[in-house]
Write a protein that binds this ligand. Structure first.
Ligand SMILES: Nc1ncnc2c1ncn2[C@@H]1O[C@H](COP(=O)(O)OP(=O)(O)OP(=O)(O)O)[C@@H](O)[C@H]1O
Length: 433
């Protein structure tokens, strides 16, 4: 480790302390994570989940592991250095992020997840602290809990920080899927709008109660499998009506609200995959493309719920030339607002360079009603496998073959991967023992 000069400690996590350091030879900034536990055999190190996952995953939205070194029974990971994490950005912020900025952050998080899930891993501990940011570029970090999709259940060990933990994990499902990452993405998306957590549970029971308070009490129609999970018999779901998310997140567009609702579905099978989420109309707001939320699926949603309405007020003052024009946003029907949403604003490229390959086909987005039933004839995702099959076949050109697993697709963005070396991070064994 003499090759690095430590500047200061920048993180103290469960598994390790993270230091900002400089490579003495190249002057390059790096982040060194020193694992808290001791290691006595090199095999233990290279079998760590974090090492195994990061050696395989190479993507612009996943933090790069440069080196693994062991000295005096201490294990060090050398990472590319990032300026801060999303938690710091949220905490320092006094006014909400503009939605455009949120969109740019979310696109990158989802691109990292598409790549990770398609390559057979799910993260299991997504939270703002694990999303590192430098100059607007987001990278997913901390793969200490990452699991291979094809590894066998039961998954009984500790999973994810409570506030971002999916209900099936809280209710102790023995098997779960990458959709637990999608739940966390929904909670993070909401938090980017409000700057405070959507489900800030104080313990596991309170966590489920907080979720009920927002999403309403689940039942068989909303989440059939959930009613049979081990803890669901013992846990008495508090009886809550579904809250109107727009009231909780008033600064979010209808598209953002719809995406949060779908990501935070009780039923994991009804959550969009990362790939499907990238095709959500939220990512087309401000673009010229026709948007699914403008089609007549919208008019089938419950119009009695209150949504913002643009209202043009014409007031006459006491003086004859005292004409008062006001434009205000008021709760109204969704249909009304729809009429006012500009459809032809200047297009801005929201996607990470190189992302544009799969054509975005917003019309294929399966819209769900507030009760999370599929609308019209569009089938909500029946399973991860079918969802991937359906989505891949419908929305994407043939970029590769299926291996029989939903994650057997070739990566979505081959051009992104080509831009970086595919060689795994060097693993260095220092012979101090
Ligand atoms: N590459 C990096 N560049 C800059 N800061 C980093 C980097 N990696 C980690 N950090 C900082 O260190 C913190 C802890 O890192 P990390 O999450 O990897 O440790 P951990 O022990 O696994 O934490 P956790 O308690 O979340 O499991 C991060 O939240 C981040 O602020």
């Amino acid at each position: 480790m003499d090759r690095y000069r430590v500047i200061r400690e920048i993180g103290d996590g469960t598994c390790g302390n993270v230091f900002r350091a400089v490579n003495r030879a190249t002057n390059e900034l790096v982040a060194i994570k020193r694992m808290k536990r001791k290691f006595y055999h090199w095999e233990e190190c290279i079998n760590l989940r974090e090492v195994k996952a990061l050696q395989k995953l190479n993507h612009p939205n996943i933090v790069e592991l440069r080196e693994v070194t062991m000295e005096n029974h201490e294990l060090f990971f050398i990472f590319e250095h990032m300026d801060c994490n999303l938690y710091d950005l949220i905490r320092e912020r006094h006014v909400p992020f503009p939605e455009e900025e949120i969109r740019k952050l979310m696109i990158q998080i989802l691109q990292g997840l598409v790549y990770m899930h398609n390559n057979g891993y799910f993260h299991r501990d997504l939270k703002p602290e694990n999303l590192l940011v430098t100059n607007g570029v987001v990278k997913i970090a901390d793969f200490g809990l990452a699991r291979e999709v094809c590894s066998s259940p039961p998954y009984t060990d500790y999973v994810s920080t409570r506030w971002y933990r999916a209900p099936e994990v809280l209710l102790q499902a023995s098997a779960y899927t990458p959709s637990i990452d999608m739940w966390a993405v929904g909670a993070i998306l909401a938090e980017l709008f409000t700057l405070s957590p959507l489900f800030p549970g104080e313990n596991e029971i309170d966590q489920l109660s907080k979720i009920c308070t927002v999403l309403g009490t689940p039942d068989h129609s909303v989440w059939p499998e959930g009613m049979n999970l081990p803890q669901s018999n013992r846990f008495r779901f508090c009886q809550n009506q579904t809250r109107n998310l727009w009231e909780l997140i008033p600064n979010a567009s209808l598209e953002a609200i719809d995406l949060i609702k779908q990501l935070c579905s009780w039923d994991p099978q009804r959550r969009p995959t990362a790939e499907q989420a990238l095709h959500h109309p939220f990512f087309n707001v401000g673009k010229c493309a026709p948007r699914a939320l403008h089609d007549n699926s919208y008019s089938r949603m419950d119009e009695s719920r209150s949504y913002p309405r643009l209202e043009l007020g014409l007031g006459l003052g006491t003086e004859s030339d005292d004409l008062d024009l006001t434009l205000s946003l008021k709760p109204s029907s969704l249909k009304d607002l729809n009429k006012h949403v500009p459809e032809h604003r200047e297009e801005e490229n929201l996607l990470y360079p190189g992302f544009g390959n799969p054509p975005v086909q917003p019309g294929l987005w399966p819209l769900m009603s507030s009760s999370h039933h599929p609308l019209g004839d569009v089938q909500a995702m029946p399973s991860w496998h079918q969802a991937y099959m359906a989505d891949s076949q419908a929305a994407l050109p043939a970029v590769g073959g299926f291996s029989g697993s939903p994650f057997g697709l070739f990566p979505l963005q081959p051009n992104l991967m080509e831009s970086r070396s595919l060689a795994p991070a060097p693993i260095r064994q220092v012979n101090f023992f």
